[in-house]
Design a protein around this ligand. Structure first.
Ligand code: ADP
Ligand code: MG
Length: 289
């Protein structure tokens, strides 16, 4: 590729809201066989809303919600904002807050230990969640994310949030397929939820229940099976995968760390930019050869 043709190409891309951060991104892009997406905030809006809050026998819903919201006030996970928004009034103070990435959070509220998180967190702490098993599975099958709250080691509630897909996600996936590429979703969310959302969008491959530090490994295994991979993400957790991918595309509305790790930035967060960039690279590189 000549420097001039690349300059013309990247200038055109800027008009499409695609910002090239690395010089060889156009060349890398044309070799990509599979585009893997982060789920939350990339394919979905990333602003979940509380949809279900089912308490276990003997627990008061309003009280459990206040305790849970008190803990989530200290968390930066998108789920936390959904819970805090749903709880009204002054919340009690949470002390000794701790977060386990990919699992959940815990803190002490009014002398009681409150733990909130995914099924794997509860399993790790030997808390039996089977009483909510079928209800949680039903919610997950509709694309909601179920998780649990325990108070003093006792299962207190099953909670679900819904994070709708962006309006252009399905079209972006379909366009990539039409261009001959495969698609994948990599997420820390539970497998049933991820499957449901992938099915809604027509995504080919799903890697779910991935720990934050496992995203790179997930990407490498997709690469081993399918060839050169692009990864599209927005979060702090996505930075290593953005750097490890053959081509990393960050969402412009995402975190600075993600943007700094990427080869290419989709400025508006519009996923159609992925295809625009691909067409551009094929055209520019095609002209050169
Ligand atoms: P993702 O960004 O794909 O949701 P994470 O690794 O951040 O993946 O989280 C994985 C799972 O851990 C979430 O789906 C949720 O069940 C649980 N979790 C993490 N943080 C919290 C939190 N603050 N409150 C409740 N659950 C949480
Ligand atoms: Mg994300």
């Amino acid at each position: 590729a000549t420097p001039t043709s690349i300059m013309v190409g990247t200038g055109r891309a800027a008009e499409l809201g695609v910002l090239f951060r690395k010089g060889d991104a156009l060349e890398q892009l044309q070799g990509v066989r599979l585009v893997a997406f982060d789920k939350t905030g990339t394919l979905t809006k990333g602003q979940p809303e509380l949809t279900d809050f089912v308490t276990a026998p003997g627990f008061d819903r309003a009280e459990v919600l206040r305790f849970v919201a008190a803990v989530e006030q200290a968390s930066e996970h998108p789920i936390a904002a959904a819970i805090v928004a749903a709880a009204d009034g002054d919340l009690p103070i949470a002390e000794k807050f701790g977060a386990i990435a990919g699992y959940g959070v815990a803190a002490t509220v009014a002398g009681r230990r409150v733990m909130i998180g995914a099924d794997r967190l509860m399993q790790r702490r030997k808390i039996d969640i089977t009483p909510f098993g079928s209800e949680a599975a039903r919610l997950a099958a509709t694309g909601k994310t179920p998780f649990y709250a325990a108070i003093d080691g006792e299962l207190a509630a099953m909670i679900a949030v819904s994070d709708p897909v962006k309006s252009d996600s399905a079209a972006a996936i379909a366009a990539l397929h039409a261009a001959g590429l495969q698609t994948a979703m990599i997420t820390g969310d539970n497998a049933r939820t991820a499957q449901a959302i992938a099915a809604q969008l027509g995504i080919d491959h799903v890697v779910a229940e991935v720990l934050p530090k496992g995203k790179v490994e997930a990407l490498e295994s997709l690469r081993a099976q399918h060839g050169a991979v692009a990864f599209v993400g927005d979060g702090i957790n996505d930075a290593p995968a953005l750097a490890a991918a053959d081509l990393g595309l960050a969402i412009g509305t995402g975190t600075d760390v993600a943007i700094e790790s990427a080869d290419l930035v989709l400025m508006s967060g519009d996923l159609k930019g992925v295809l625009a960039a691909l067409h551009l690279s094929r055209r520019v590189m095609g002209n050169i050869r």
